[in-house]
Design a protein around this ligand. Structure first.
Ligand SMILES: [Zn+2]
Length: 160
């Protein structure tokens, strides 16, 4: 896309916390758009291949969660690339996103927080995926604020 993506591609050796902060930036953009504030990033060989955010409200979409939107933004990738990838997400992944991670055999998932929602982490681990929970206070706060402000939108997002 733009020059900022070129710059991102030059960044290497991001820590898990730095990766989460990239996803958090996407989540904040989503909130500013009136959307559900969940962001994601796909990291391969230490570089950001794509970012994404939940765009269900913005696009009237049933499937554009943070992680699935990120995978869509990354486009078609060979299995050998997914095999080296880390999916970073601000919130514990739901069943749909857990399934997408498993489908493409992404071996590592970094999660900003799982206090507001506990998704498919146990199943990911059971299937051999490395799951790291950073427990980021800003991710927790952003999501908690949204759930309090927009409970109906949040319940819709998780199928309640
Ligand atoms: Zn999801």
């Amino acid at each position: 896309m733009s020059g900022s993506d070129t710059n991102r591609a030059e960044i290497t050796h991001l820590t898990d916390a730095e990766q989460v902060s990239i996803a958090l930036g996407e989540a904040r953009i989503g909130r500013s758009e009136g959307g559900i504030p969940i962001g994601a990033a796909l990291i391969v060989d230490g570089k950001v291949v794509a970012t994404g955010r939940n765009r269900r409200i913005q696009e009237g979409s049933a499937i554009h969660h943070g992680e699935t939107n990120c995978l869509e933004n990354a486009g078609r990738l060979p299995a050998s690339v997914y095999a080296r990838a880390t999916m970073v997400t601000t919130l514990s992944p739901c069943d749909m996103c857990t399934g997408a991670i498993l489908l493409y055999k992404i071996p590592r998932v970094v999660i900003g927080e799982n206090a507001n929602f506990y998704g498919g982490e146990d199943y990911l681990r059971q299937r051999g995926v490395e799951v790291v929970v950073v427990d980021d206070a800003e991710c927790r706060q952003l999501m908690a604020e949204f759930i309090t402000a927009e409970p109906a939108l949040w319940n819709e997002d998780i199928g309640v």
